[in-house]
Design a protein around this ligand. Structure first.
Ligand code: 1GP
Length: 239
């Protein structure tokens, strides 16, 4: 089951439905040694683009790697993924991204879910997102409060673990390399919760450094900018 599998992932490659993909690029991802592919993004997301990327990825990868979707938008809800990550933005400026959009999604899909007798427990993995790059599309969309001290971030982590019992805390710096010092401090406060780090990892050195503290490293942009580096980034994350 995906709920158990993700706990062993050291490296995730995130593919954005709003970008152009070739089969060759996805093949490069498959052979990089990454542990899983997550399809997700913030801007320009449509059902058609998400379904197409899922189909292309499945064609190349088959069942050799888990393929998950991150539900950042109603249109990303497409059948056929191995699991679905659900971001809960802990530092969002509005309850919409903490619970509102989630409730609306279930309103739209509850009939189908009941009809198909789907066990959501087996498919959904909630992620406690803390968005820390104010210029990222995710921060802008959720009006995230990114002016946080280490103590503020630690308190969100404690809430995520002990109040909401979230299995993942995701420190999201999307597009920018974050603070290693913050990640190391947060790591000391995550017990029994998986710490994901994503943002600005474009070199093996950065992957190595952040993987010392984060349980799982997520990379996105580098796949499109320098796909030839992906393999060495994965190796460094797993060193
Ligand atoms: C984005 O955390 C991921 O959601 C990865 O960030 O694109 O900066 O690698 P980058």
């Amino acid at each position: 089951m995906i709920q158990d599998k993700f706990k062993n992932w050291k490296h995730i490659t995130k593919l954005d439905p709003d970008r152009e993909h070739t089969l060759a690029l996805i093949e490069q991802v498959l052979h990089s040694g990454t542990d899983a592919i997550v399809i997700g993004g913030t801007q320009g997301i449509t059902a058609q683009k998400t379904a197409r990327l899922l189909e292309m990825t499945r064609t190349v990868v088959g069942s050799s790697l888990p393929i998950c979707i991150e539900i950042s938008h109603l249109e990303t809800i497409q059948p056929g993924a191995d699991g679905y990550f659900v971001p809960v933005v802990l530092n969002a400026g509005s309850v919409e991204w903490l619970i509102g959009a989630h409730q609306k999604a279930l309103t739209s899909f509850s009939f189908i879910l009941e009809h198909l007798n789907i066990d959501l427990n087996k498919l959904l993995i909630p992620e406690g997102y803390i968005i820390l790059n104010p210029y990222s599309a995710a921060a802008q969309k959720t009006a995230a409060n990114t002016e946080l001290t280490a103590v503020d971030i630690i308190s969100y982590c404690l809430l995520a673990q002990y109040l909401f019992k979230l299995p993942i805390i995701y420190l999201e710096y999307s597009g920018k390399l974050g603070s290693l010092d913050i990640v190391s401090q947060i790591k000391r406060h995550t017990k029994g919760t998986r710490l994901f780090y994503g943002g600005g990892i474009t070199t093996p050195e950065a992957a190595y450094d952040f993987a010392q503290y984060a349980d799982t490293i997520v990379v996105g942009n580098v796949v499109y900018q320098q796909p030839e580096l992906l393999k060495s980034i994965v190796e460094a994350a797993k060193t």
